[in-house]
Design a binder for this molecule. Structure first.
Ligand code: PGA
Ligand code: ZN
Length: 428
């Protein structure tokens, strides 16, 4: 019943090639997907297929081979009759690829097909995408948006080593209020930076990229901007979430470069402990490098009952890795990115494992994005209460927030915010 499977090489928000995928079903239902792409990737992520041997196009970053995967082998597989579910198709895609990391056909090709097919099946059912994705055990809810308003690390050309400084409007009671607060704080931050003679140029995720060095300078700016916009900085007001993306600033000798300092793992953990005293930080993602396993243990022991500790580079949305992390008690939350694992079904499995194991989930975009807004529906379906999709500015970032506003308007009964189990854990 799948009759059309087409792919196209398009551009992502960094001007690099990526794929769009179209799928058509026999009854006329169609689905589309735009494939995201990361810059600070975990080493165990599913692997994108790029035309590395052809550097005459896009410096070797073209995706024509991945387009070929979709229109060749994958299309032939999908046109076979008798598919009964997305899960069955996703499993067959994994099998057809045959590698552990989806590198043969390309995780970019596979995830695009999986997302487009999910949309086509949702369209066939006549409901919204989130209604198709939600499982019976989950109460769907609108997530608190985590707006990445200051960019550093590999996402910006400034000296700031931490990658993401996010504001989370915990005081909001609805999606539209949360979006308004985010946009107003963002505007206040722009005014503040301009007043200080700072540059207001942007990083990859639409946040400002001022010439700051220490993370505390950035944190102080967020507090000031929040106040200037007329809101209260605080865990129950406008809270802060960090993604230092520490794998990117770990030195070969195992130390961490933070501004002018070189910190050991335990010194960095102490620095975080002070930061969460001084600033309303409720969540830290990738506070340590993906291979600093002992460090993650002490970080979790030291701060895990006070704040959310999210694994991204170390968990890579991989159900097997997340399962073992839960067993070992590493972190207490997982970042969820579709293209890190490569199919919608495995992404939903990762979410379910977290839920069953008492780990929170934060649904996430990538630094390279398209106008695809799939993750908005995924966040609502997961019922996890958290999403990050960059700044409340730039088309590819606001596409997700705008979709959440559309869902909220369409389904006014949907609850908004962190689920009680998460807010109680962190004593909100
Ligand atoms: P990436 O960064 O999309 O560049 O990998 C996002 C993140 O680290 O969360
Ligand atoms: Zn991250």
């Amino acid at each position: 019943e799948i009759i059309n499977v087409d792919a196209l090489e398009i551009l992502d928000s960094r001007g690099r090639p990526t794929l769009s995928v179209h799928i058509g079903l026999a009854d006329g239902s169609t689905g589309w997907a735009g494939v995201p792409s990361g810059a600070s990737t975990g080493s165990r992520e599913a692997v994108e297929l790029r035309d590395h041997e052809d550097d005459s196009r896009y410096g070797g970053a073209g995706v024509l081979k991945a387009v070929g995967s979709v229109e060749g082998e994958i299309a032939r597989l999908l046109r076979r009759c008798g598919w009964t579910s997305l899960a069955e198709v996703d499993e067959a895609l994994v099998e057809l690829d045959g590698t552990d990391d989806k590198s043969r056909l390309g995780a970019n090709a596979i995830v695009g097909v999986s997302m487009a097919l999910a949309r086509a099946l949702a369209a066939r059912e006549g409901g919204l995408l989130y209604e198709y994705l939600v499982s019976e055990q989950v109460a769907p809810r609108l997530p608190v948006p985590h707006f990445n308003v200051l960019n550093g690390g590999v996402h910006a050309a400034n000296p700031l080593d931490f990658q993401e400084f996010m504001i989370a409007p915990m005081c909001a009671t609805s999606m539209s209020e949360a979006v308004q607060i985010g946009a107003e704080v963002y505007a206040a931050l722009r005014r503040r930076l301009a007043a200080e003679g700072q540059t207001t140029t942007l990083g990859d995720e639409g946040g400002f990229a001022p010439q700051l060095t220490d993370p505390e300078e950035a944190l102080a700016l967020l507090v000031t901007a929040t106040e200037n916009a007329g809101y209260t900085p605080g865990l129950r007001g406008v809270a802060i979430a960090l993604d230092p993306a520490a794998s990117e600033f770990r030195e070969p000798d195992g130390s961490y470069r933070v501004g002018r300092a070189r910190l050991s793992t335990s010194e960095l953990i102490k620095r975080y402990a002070v930061m969460i005293e001084d600033y309303p930080i409720w969540s830290i993602e990738d506070g340590l490098a993906e291979d600093d396993e002992d460090g993650w243990h002490s970080l979790t022991g030291r701060l895990g009952d006070r704040i959310q500790l999210v694994g991204d580079d170390n968990f890579v949305t991989n159900p097997k890795i997340i399962k073992s992390a839960i067993e070992r008690g590493i972190g207490n939350a997982a970042l969820i990115k579709l293209n890190q694992i490569g199919t919608v079904t495995e992404t939903l499995q990762a979410i379910a494992l977290c839920r069953d194991g008492g780990y929170a989930q934060m649904i996430s975009h990538r630094s390279g994005e398209t106008h695809d807004d799939f993750i908005a529906d995924l966040a609502v379906a997961a019922g996890c209460g958290q999403i990050k999709s960059g700044a409340p500015a730039r088309g590819e970032r606001v596409a997700k927030y705008n979709r959440l506003l559309e869902i909220a308007a369409h389904d006014p009964h949907l609850p908004f915010g962190l689920p009680g189990v998460i807010s109680r854990r962190h004593a909100f």
